[in-house]
Design a protein around this ligand. Structure first.
Ligand code: M6R
Length: 608
């Protein structure tokens, strides 16, 4: 969602800000803007639409001379994505400019108060109240002013602020929205995430909630809202600049699909030692492990879908009852969670607002939280009692691919670990699973290599109005993710159904030529799924099955086949999803869609 950048240094700020904003494009946005402190005043340029337009309007930043500035990509919440609603916003006296990521929940009452005081509003945004509050409470000392303003606001906000009285400084404030400071030499930066910083520096400071920073070219000072200085540790970004570039691929999504075997290997390999799952990251005590009587997995979107596979693996291997809840539902559902519940929170970004709220709720109820997270230092990771990082590297495409498969890998490790620790998994089976999990990166690579013909299949479905996905058990869990991939990037209506539910309603939607993607890798249920395949075929559906390459009966019954190497049933989803991601990719490509930045979507959903 919204992204913010800031710069204070000796170079021209605007081109650096524009570059930074381009790196944040993947988060999703619909307008953009920059503000720079010029010789006489703060100058702002902003546009509804793409950064390319802003680039053009400012002549690559040349029209905004100055060495200190802030920039923003906005994902509209309050007010349409117009020029006026785009950030930065300027105070009536022209002294302050701000950019904001998050939502000000009490903006309506503040706005009324400010209107009564005579302040003029130019936009419909919640954000604009902040810049007028800055003007109202400014007493010549920015530290005091920021504290006064923060005390008026409720909601979530990461703020970047310029004040013309301090022409060499940018101010950054964090409350429930990520903000990271990049430390340079004679110049400093801030941004919503490290992708915008990594080309300048690898040394960063993660601001915490309730902290603000005063950033000049030579100095970074961090304070809490009580005005006390906070000594911040400097962290090192491990991602390379290359990791956040397309590297010759036409889209990040395709690059990230091809990175999946390596990402899963990076997630699994360091955690299998001498034939055992070793989770140094999870220092569970023996006593705690035995006390857990239920597991709740919570997440949103694809991470939730990963949780559905995780549930099947954990229940089978460890025999602990697991429920999987959408974070947006769990937070309002009076969940039955207590100190005997292990809560697994899954998030690629670690900044999804609903996921964070659900995590807080579970902690308040006394549960221990295990976070499965990709972004180091993110909010979900910080709140969790234990963190199992997925080592996927930066994921730029809005549609998650390696984020999802590395989450599956992490969940398989947790399932095996719990199965072993709780003495539920017979030794021989455990060994078989360990051997197989080791092979998964290779099997994933084979799957990608085997499916070079997917563009042809995509050509058969890209003009269809709807595609259905069916499967049972593990196959059903992965069909949900397959359908989500297709709908989010190709805008084709795609729905997943538990195959056994077809006859209870959905089969009425099957017509001659309707594509039905049948997931057929759950051996124990294959016969059952095949009877559903035959039923939809009898109604004219075109069946595209995803199955093991030696599953002759399925191959014979299908109109088209997507083949994967054979593996254990519980591990099949990590292979099955690869061609489904590729099918979605090639279908969207054929339709000419903006694959990496699908309409209306944001990479990290930082508002409820
Ligand atoms: O960063 P998170 O894993 O918390 O994100 C959760 C969802 O927003 C995310 O998986 C979303 O569904 C993706 N666009 C799916 O590709």
């Amino acid at each position: 969602m919204c992204g913010i950048v800031g710069y204070s240094g000796k170079q021209e700020a605007a081109p650096i800000l524009l570059e930074g904003l381009k790196k944040l494009e993947y988060r999703g946005y619909d307008s953009a803007g920059v503000a720079v402190i010029g010789a006489d005043r703060i100058r702002i340029e902003k546009v509804g639409g793409r950064i390319a337009l802003l680039d053009e309007k400012t002549e690559g930043g040349k029209k905004l001379p100055g060495t200190v500035g802030i920039g923003h990509t906005r994902w509209a919440t309050h007010g349409a994505p117009t020029d006026m609603n785009a950030h930065p916003h300027l105070s009536n006296d022209g002294r302050f400019a701000i950019v904001h990521n998050g939502i000000i929940e009490n903006y309506a009452s503040i706005r009324e108060e400010l209107l009564r005081d005579g302040y003029k509003f130019e936009s419909e945004t919640d954000t604009e109240v902040i810049v007028h509050l800055l003007e109202k409470y400014y007493d010549g000392d920015m530290k005091n002013t920021l504290r006064s303003v923060a005390s008026k606001l409720s909601g979530s906000y990461a703020l970047g602020i310029l004040c013309s009285e301090y022409p060499d400084r940018v101010f950054a404030v964090r409350e429930s929205s990520p903000l990271i400071i990049g430390i340079g030499v004679g110049e400093n930066f801030f941004a919503s995430d490290v992708t915008a910083l990594v080309q300048h520096t690898k040394n960063v400071i993660y601001l915490e909630d309730g902290e603000f920073a005063v950033i000049s070219p030579a100095n970074i000072e961090v304070f809490d809202y009580a005005g006390r200085t906070v000594e911040k540790p400097v962290s090192r970004i491990t991602w390379s600049v290359k990791a956040a570039e397309k590297g010759g691929y036409p889209h990040f999504m395709l690059k990230e699909i091809h990175e999946e075997p390596g990402a899963v290997k990076a997630t699994i390999a360091p955690r299998i030692r001498d034939g055992e799952v070793v989770l140094d990251d999870l220092p569970f005590s023996e006593e705690y492990l035995q006390s857990v009587d239920q597991i709740t997995i919570t997440a949103c979107g694809s991470a939730y879908h990963a949780g559905l596979v995780g549930r099947l693996a954990i229940e089978k291997m460890a025999g602990i009852p697991v429920r999987v809840e959408l974070a947006s539902e769990l937070r309002y559902s009076d969940p039955i969670i207590n100190e005997k519940t292990l809560v697994i929170v899954i998030s690629q970004s670690g900044e999804t607002a609903d996921t964070i709220a659900a995590e807080r709720e579970c902690k308040a109820l006394g549960a221990k939280v295990l976070g499965i997270v990709n972004v180091v230092g993110s909010t979900v990771a910080k709140l969790a009692d234990y963190v199992l990082y997925t080592w996927a590297g930066p994921e730029i495409a809005v549609a998650t691919t390696k984020g999802y498969t590395t989450q599956l890998a992490a969940l398989y490790l947790v399932a095996l670990f719990l199965g072993k620790q709780r003495k539920r998994l017979p030794e021989e089976e455990y060994r078989e699973y360990i051997d197989e999990i080791d092979r998964l990166p290779k099997l994933m690579q084979d799957t990608i290599d085997m499916n070079y013909a997917l563009p042809d299949l995509a050509a058969q479905i890209y003009e269809k109005p709807a595609v259905f996905y069916i499967g049972r058990n593990t196959d059903y869990a992965v069909s949900l993710e397959g359908a989500l991939k297709l709908k989010e990037i190709s805008y084709i209506h795609a729905e997943a159904y538990a195959a056994g539910e077809l006859k209870h309603g959905t089969i009425a939607l099957i017509d001659v030529g309707t594509p039905v993607v049948a997931l057929c890798c759950n051996e124990a249920l294959l016969e059952k799924t095949m009877s559903n395949v035959i039923e939809v075929k009898a109604r004219g559906a075109k069946v595209i099955s995803v199955t093991f390459r030696d599953e002759d009966e399925v191959i014979a019954q299908s109109d088209e086949c997507i083949l994967v190497p054979r593996t254990k049933t519980l591990f099949a989803p990590i292979l099955e999803i690869l061609p489904l991601q590729m099918l979605a990719y090639y279908t969207a490509d054929k339709k000419g869609c903006d694959i990496d930045k699908p309409k209306n979507l944001a990479k990290s959903v930082t508002v409820e």
